[in-house]
Write a protein that binds this ligand. Sequence first.
Ligand code: GRF
Length: 196
Amino acid sequence: MKIAVFASGNGTNLEALIKAEREERLITGKITLVVSDKSGAYALKRAERYGIKTFVLEAQGFASREEYDERLIEELKKEKIELVVLAGFMRILSKPFVEAYDGKILNIHPSKLPAFKGAHAISDAYNDATVSATGVTVHFVTEKLDAGPMILQEEVEITNEDTLTTLEEKIHKVEHKVYPEAVRLVISGHIKKEGG
Ligand code: GRF
């Protein structure tokens, strides 16, 4: 099963997925393409280091989100991609994209969804004095941001000793364990999205 990983930034989750693939933890899954909307994304360097093909599509020049996404779909079809794994991809996918790959798009979010949606999930949880735990969620992507059906979720405790940095480190460590597991569950067919 050919997988495209989408990343806009650092790419530590991408690297965890590549390592899982190399250790045959993704069963038949093979990461054959890394897509980014940012030419300077460090994730691209990681992909190149592992000899994985990259595709950069910057948003400039596209009249709409749909037009951008149609171009992405075209590339994914060309590369025969069957599973899209979002790993810090900082764009919201439009309806045509989500429909074209319904049930075949995964995302990881650094909170215990439905709590702390959005781009600042870790600091929002850290700065909320009423919560003593946050977490990591892997879910199927739908049109609604951070709201698709969940695949795996793991809690991460926030202690009095935690700084924002230590909490981020703890969350990323859990992400790197949970994301390959979730991808494996979908590839093996143990978890499927049916309807909503
Ligand atoms: C992760 O925290 C992930 O949950 C969020 O974006 C971050 C990506 O980190 N969606 P990295 O680029 O994989 O290091």
